[in-house]
Each structure stands twice: as C-alpha cells, then as structure tokens.
Write a protein of this length. Structure first.
Length: 73
C-alpha cells in the first residue's frame, strides 16, 4: 500500500538530491540506471511521482564515504 504523503514530484526529488532544477531529475534517470523510477508517470508533459523512501534510500546508498577524523589508523 502506498502512503500518499510519501509521493513526491520532480521538484521534491531535486530538493532531496540538492539539484538546482527539477529538470535535472530526468538527467539523473538517464545517468543512473539504479535510481528509483517514478511510481506514477502519466506521459510527456504530465506529472511523475516518486516514493520518497525509495529516493532517500538510493541517495544514502550513493553518498560517498566521509573521511574519518581523529586517530583511527
């Protein structure tokens, strides 16, 4: 079952990914085959909706490992 509050549009996806424009989401879809696909795509010029948890999970999995600070050698 899909929770409607989990549905987000390209603008919200762009915000999560820290992209400047919602149009950049289409570029990401072409560039990254593992990026979640819209769960609703009504065709050209029409809304596309993603599930926020899927996008967040994908974004976290792609996040580069942060360098360690301190005496861990």
């Amino acid at each position: 079952m899909v929770k409607t509050e989990d549905l987000i549009d390209a603008q919200a996806v762009a915000g999560l990914l820290r992209l400047r424009h919602a149009n950049s989401v289409s570029t990401y879809l072409r560039r990254y085959p593992d990026m979640p696909r819209p769960v609703l795509d009504l065709g050209a010029g029409r809304p596309r909706l993603w599930l926020r948890p899927q996008v967040v999970r994908w974004m976290r999995a792609r996040k580069p490992e942060q360098p360690r600070v301190g005496g861990d050698s």
